[in-house]
Design a protein. Structure first.
Length: 411
């Protein structure tokens, strides 16, 4: 066989990514991806623009690459495997931020965001999270049945908390929830909601400028202070604020919605969580739900800036890398019987928040919200049940973050 024919044959064998989940098992990662991961921890895949980056499916390989300084998050670099056309089309329009910068630049941005998300500050917020959670459940219990857990609990809790933390008026939540979705469709076109994304960015610019004149005890005021000191521009501050606003409610809301569904489908595990008063057990249960569900379903995107030898393969400089958390968290070598939701297993090494220097800056806040919401809901509505057939639940197969559009429950 000639080299040309051989290359064409190899290319034809490369599977398309992202892959679809099976309807009969919507909590599981795509079966084809699990089968790839069972053979080796990294393989080539083909994405929307015809390029063939590396897909990382192994838990150990994922942790290794997350921590490797030769792996870049800079989406301006040649070979970076963009999520979709929208992300590529806006790459040079977006200011740099903690999400797209490396090394010292990343450290500088991250330091600016560390103050509101310290363990101590988040622990001090637990009473606020508990109060907001109780208010939402009070409203559910006082209202009609069925109640939609997404609209009544999963969205309002993290949205109210992040609004308070950032200093964003909660009465504007419908505006920023709508525009936060700009470009978050899994296959977003180049012109997807450009006006919406620009509107949200302008909203944050206006808010930063307002906080410069009238600072308060919140994260946007902290950023405004950095602008006044000349450390960052107003646009950079707005980009950081936008990222926190989106990540602070969108991902946690999805995790709460689909997490409640997983609890309803695993009543023995739900009972263990409901009946426990052990903070460590409750914390680990939230980690296990994160492992089991891994809601970021388009992978963490990276590009190699030097050649990297890993697991018998060579990732060349300039080649794209997609670290998919779902198969990594279902790697049987790290988690025996990964298809079982098991609150008694140690899930502390799950990769739902990433790993290494780029791991989620708001992870302590998300953890506190998940721990409080799941435990409180099971305690206060112990007879909760799904109010529609399971196969009628509308899953978010078309979004970057997996979840459910609505979750009607009765009790």
């Amino acid at each position: 066989m000639s080299d040309t024919l051989a290359a064409e044959h190899v290319s034809a064998d490369i599977p398309e990514y992202p892959m679809e989940r099976e309807a009969r098992c919507p909590f599981a990662p795509p079966q084809a991806m699990l089968e790839m991961g069972a053979q080796k921890p990294l393989s080539r895949v083909r994405i929307w623009n015809g390029t063939t980056p590396w897909l990382i499916t192994g838990h150990e390989a994922a942790r290794t690459l997350f921590a490797d300084p030769r792996v870049s998050v800079d989406d301006r670099r040649e070979g970076f495997p963009h999520w979709n056309e929208h992300m590529l089309s806006t790459v040079n329009k977006r200011p740099r931020s903690v999400f797209t910068s490396d090394a010292e630049e990343h450290t500088r941005f991250r330091r600016m965001l560390s103050k509101p998300f310290t363990f101590r500050r988040v622990e001090g917020l637990r009473s606020v999270i508990q109060e907001v959670t109780n208010e939402c459940i009070d409203e559910i219990l006082a209202g009609p049945q069925p109640a939609d857990i997404v609209a009544k609990l999963a969205l309002p809790v993290p949205t109210k908390v992040i609004s308070d933390m950032l200093g964003v008026p909660y009465e504007d939540h419908e505006f920023f929830q709508e525009h936060a979705n700009a470009g978050l469709a899994r296959y977003a076109a180049a012109d997807a909601m450009q006006k919406g994304a620009m509107s949200l960015h302008q909203y944050l610019i206006n808010l930063v400028e307002e906080k410069q004149a009238n600072p308060a005890e919140d994260a946007v005021s902290d950023l405004a202070e950095r602008v006044s000191a000349g450390e960052i521009t107003v646009k950079e501050a707005a980009q950081l604020g936008t990222g926190l606003l989106i990540a602070g409610h969108e991902t946690t809301a999805n995790m709460i919605g689909i997490g409640v569904l997983a609890l309803l489908e695993n009543p023995e595990q739900a009972a263990l969580l409901r009946d426990s008063d052990d903070p460590k057990f409750i914390a680990n249960a939230a980690e296990e739900l994160m492992r089991y569900l891994s809601i970021i379903q388009n992978g963490q995107r990276r590009v190699a800036i030097e050649d990297i030898e890993i697991a018998g393969e060579t990732i060349r400089a300039g080649e794209g890398i997609i670290i998919d958390l779902a198969p990594a968290n279902w790697d049987a070598s790290a988690y025996p019987e990964p298809d079982k939701l098991d609150f008694t297993r140690d899930a502390g090494q799950q990769l739902g928040f990433g790993y290494g220097r780029h791991q989620c800056v708001g992870q302590q806040l998300a953890r506190a919200e998940l721990q409080i919401v799941f435990h409180t809901l099971l305690r206060r509505i112990p007879t909760m049940r799904l109010a529609i057939p399971f196969d009628e639940v509308p899953f978010k197969h078309d979004r970057l973050a997996y979840g459910v559009y609505e979750l009607p429950v009765a009790w």
